[in-house]
Design a protein around this ligand. Structure first.
Ligand SMILES: [Mg+2]
Length: 217
């Protein structure tokens, strides 16, 4: 199997939940909401409102905000790239994989401005060989097409196989499996089941990278 490692971005290479908490605190302050509002925003996020347009429609309604949902969402996309961080050890581990001959890439679903901003602000853009963003390509994980684009950007063909590392059971593990990749699932403790069993289960992306280093030796 060729040395191709594709990674999900949110809550895999970066801790989106931590950035979301910072954003929620700022948002509550800016709109003069109570401290309870932060809990409400987090609950709304965790309860599976991944589509931000819908999320902000609910937020607007709940807190009786005058700004449109579209404006609130746009402000969120502008701010989030400045709140996310990629730990230095993650950047270092990516460099280590590349030194071992791996091609590394990012495959992520989300809007172009937000995802691209996060990749650039965190330094991940320079730490990988290529990336494929659903908001730019018009195709979303778990569709194999987005994995194919990411592999191509890394200078290889998906047909020769590789690995997918991510936290989402369907988009990352199901998608990776269907794309013919071996998979490592980042288990964030949500207790969700899998239709496709991952090859490995870890709790931190660093552990996933260690597995890749080991299998390539
Ligand atoms: Mg994710």
């Amino acid at each position: 199997m060729q040395r191709l490692a594709l990674f999900d971005l949110d809550n895999t290479l970066i801790d989106l939940d931590a950035a979301f908490l910072l954003w929620a605190q700022e948002f509550a302050e800016e709109h003069r909401l109570s401290r309870k509002a932060v809990d409400h925003l987090i609950k709304l996020d965790r309860n599976g409102l991944p589509h931000r347009e819908l999320f902000f429609a609910k937020v607007r309604e709940r807190f009786k905000l005058s700004n449109s949902a579209a404006n609130l969402w746009a402000a969120y996309r502008r701010r989030m790239p400045h709140l996310v961080e990629c730990r230095p050890e993650v950047i270092a581990a990516l460099a280590e994989l590349r030194a071992l001959g791996w091609r590394v890439g990012i495959v992520t679903n989300g809007t172009a401005d937000n995802q691209l901003g996060k990749i650039q602000q965190t330094g991940l853009g320079d730490a990988v060989d290529g990336y494929a963003l659903s908001g730019i390509e018009g195709i979303r994980k778990p569709d194999t097409g987005l994995f194919e684009i990411a592999a191509r950007r890394c200078g290889v063909s998906l047909a020769a196989g590789g690995w997918m590392v991510g936290d989402h059971p369907v988009a990352d593990i199901g998608g990776g499996h269907t794309a013919g990749l071996r998979t490592v699932w980042i288990d964030r403790g949500a207790g969700v089941g899998h239709e496709h069993s991952p090859d490995y289960v870890v709790t931190d992306v660093i552990d996933a990278m260690e597995i890749l280093c080991t299998v390539s030796k």
